[in-house]
Design a protein around this ligand. Structure first.
Ligand code: GTP
Ligand code: MG
Length: 264
């Protein structure tokens, strides 16, 4: 077979493959095994990209679960009520890529989008948020990249939470990889508020006057909710003060945890 003949067969084959891939993409079942190779080749980098973030979430959740357990030995009850985590979905990442005008590469996404792995830690009391932050950031494999304290400085919407962008190592078959995780720490009251406000944000076809009224109402709710958090914290402080004086203060015990001495 001449070189030209070989080329023609190759081009014919490639065209057929391209046609089959197009049919496959539009939902048709196509009997062409070569498609499996093409699909695998394109899916594997995406799957391992998302898996990396899922692993980082597991690591971060474990860190908080361990702290929760240790704190429960010091205080009466667990500081963390619940943890909600998510890997940002492909659509939301793509929207951010377009919004930020980023190059369409996994490398650029990894460097520029810092909330692909998100861990939300919900506590009963404000004080526990800062205690958990102190313990998390004192761990030598956790690197703080950015910190936004929307509890001390609430957003104009009334939004309150402590946001930490941190990098943690995860250990994969190919070796160690530093992964960025967004950690949001908030009280139950802050979480209750943020979930409702989020619904309003995404409500479509809402009358602008109604939207303005509801936004004002939510700012009011945020202030009431913040003062409830303060009052509940004060009640707890009083309860803790009234307890029999321990040999060590809880802060001493946390220092021991931070210094790796464990609780005596
Ligand atoms: P993105 O908003 O993620 O693009 O990044 P950013 O750098 O502007 O971060 P920011 O700290 O403002 O917010 C990050 C996340 O916090 C959001 O994705 C929400 O989950 C949450 N958040 C921030 N502001 C608000 C708010 O006003 N209302 C609610 N419900 N959530 C908010
Ligand atoms: Mg976000």
């Amino acid at each position: 077979m001449s070189d030209n003949e070989k080329k023609t067969i190759l081009i014919d084959g490639a065209e057929q493959l391209a046609m089959n891939i197009a049919q496959y993409s539009s939902g048709l079942i196509v009997d062409d095994e070569r498609i499996l190779d093409v699909v695998q080749e394109h899916i594997i980098p995406f799957e391992s990209f998302f898996d990396t973030y899922a692993c980082a979430i597991m690591e971060m959740e474990t860190k908080f679960n361990v702290l929760n357990k240790q704190f429960s030995l010091i205080y009466d009850g667990n500081p963390i009520v619940y943890i909600v985590s998510r890997v940002k979905d492909y659509d939301s990442i793509l929207r951010k890529v377009i919004h930020k005008n980023l190059p369409r590469t996994l490398d650029a996404i990894e460097k520029n989008i810092r909330d692909i792995a998100g861990v939300r830690v919900v506590c009963s009391f404000k004080e526990d948020i800062y205690r958990l932050e102190r313990c998390l950031l004192s761990q030598d494999d956790v690197t703080l990249i950015d910190r936004k304290d929307y509890i001390e400085h609430p957003k104009p919407s009334g939004y309150r939470s402590l946001h930490l962008i941190v990098s943690i190592p995860i250990f994969l078959e190919q070796g160690k990889k530093d992964v960025i995780v967004e950690v949001q720490l908030r009280t139950i009251a802050m979480d209750f508020w943020a979930n409702l406000e989020h619904k309003l944000k995404y409500k479509k076809n809402i009358d602008p006057h109604r939207l303005e009224d509801l936004s004002k109402e939510l700012i009011d709710c945020a202030n009431i909710s913040a003062s409830l958090d303060e009052r509940m914290q004060n009640v707890r402080d009083c309860l803790v003060k009234d307890q029999p004086v321990p040999q060590q203060t809880s802060e001493d015990m946390i220092d021991q945890l931070l210094n790796g001495n464990g609780v005596q």
